[in-house]
Design a binder for this molecule. Structure first.
Ligand code: X2X
Length: 342
């Protein structure tokens, strides 16, 4: 009897120590975070803030290394979502644009002139639409945790100030991601061409491409004025949020307490990152625009009537993509925007 209970104890102790070793082994010494842009940009800063918070709050149990330039997938940003699902990437801060080829609902944010102002973006990401999109991402095989922001994508080019769709005629414009962008720029009379961010910058420098669209925080940090981008048009036609996510298996390998830390840190980092992304654009007088003018770049502000011409020209694209994105989701987005607090 005594021997038997000793044996039982020994067995239980062995099982316990296996369990302990098992869970310790399931933590990797380093987790790989994918990003398109590094810490010179709000995007990379957001990733760094998230990684630092997690390391500190888990006492180093979760140690994250940043891989900017989507280097884990050789710069091919539209493959990021698949790589996340497959476990080539452990976690990411990614743009809705780059993941939209795999998750069609994410095209919502690229529908031309859907979101008139920052309050409209917030109404989507922080409301029922954001919840629904997170549910979709969860079903698609990743764990979505928080929203950040790349920003309003303004138009730049090397040729001329653009005030009307006619000014865009025949211009070669670099776009990324979903075919929705090809439709939008074709509708405007331009000649869109799809390429990665890595390929785009040499293409601006050589003159192979005339123009592009990206947030102004990217324009300044990437010094696009040095690669012939001399004209900027403020049209606010789309904005891309960023999403903080973790691969499902990696998530499942963490204790509930560590999962809570990673989620909370993502939410805080996303908020901080959004403030950084909007810097210079939400203050009176938009100081970032003055900075860009000082670089010798013309900034064209559209009158409401001028902007409306772009809205009208792209309306068929909006209508065409409604069904792909999901008519109900678009309806819900339109309702959230109409009800927003300005
Ligand atoms: O490639 C772009 O234009 C960028 C950096 O904005 C994205 O990754 C969507």
């Amino acid at each position: 009897m005594k021997v038997r209970s000793l044996l039982k104890f020994a067995l239980a102790a062995t099982a316990l120590s296996f369990a302990t070793v098992g869970s310790a082994q399931s933590y990797k010494s380093e987790y790989r975070m994918s990003l398109v842009l590094g810490t010179a940009f709000p995007w990379g800063k957001g990733g760094q803030i998230w990684a630092d918070m997690v390391k500190e709050r888990t006492q180093g149990r979760i140690n994250i290394k940043l891989y900017p330039g989507v280097s884990l997938i050789q710069g091919d940003q539209t493959r990021e979502f698949s790589a996340l699902r497959q476990g080539v990437i452990d976690m990411a801060v990614g743009s809705t644009i780059n993941w939209s080829p795999q998750v069609k609902q994410l095209n919502l944010f690229s529908m031309p002139f859907l979101m008139p102002d920052y309050a409209a973006i917030d109404a989507l990401t922080q409301g029922p639409v954001g919840k629904q999109i997170f549910a979709t991402l969860d079903k698609s095989g990743v764990v979505p945790l928080a929203w950040g922001e790349n920003g309003y994508r303004e138009l730049s080019n090397s040729k001329r100030a653009v005030r009307t769709p006619a000014d865009l005629k025949g211009m070669k414009i670099r776009v990324v991601g979903s075919p929705l962008f090809l439709d939008t720029f074709t509708a405007l009379g331009a000649n869109p061409t799809q390429m990665s961010w890595a390929d785009a910058q040499p293409a601006f420098a050589s003159g192979a491409v005339d123009g592009q669209e990206n947030p102004l925080s990217i324009f300044t940090a990437a010094k696009l004025h040095n690669v012939s981008q001399k004209h900027v048009t403020m049209w606010g036609y789309v904005a891309d949020p960023l999403i903080f996510v973790v691969n499902k298996d990696i998530w499942a390998s963490w204790t509930p307490a560590d999962q809570a830390i990673v989620r909370q840190a993502a939410i805080e980092a996303g908020k901080e990152e959004t403030v950084i992304a909007r810097k210079g654009l939400v203050e009176a007088g938009q100081p970032l625009l003055k900075e860009i003018s000082a670089l010798g770049v013309t900034i064209t502000q559209l009158t409401p009537a001028e902007r409306d011409a772009f809205v009208k020209a792209t309306r068929p694209v909006y209508d065409k993509w409604k069904n792909t994105v999901g008519a109900d989701l678009v309806k819900s987005a339109e309702a959230s925007i109409a009800a927003r607090k300005k």
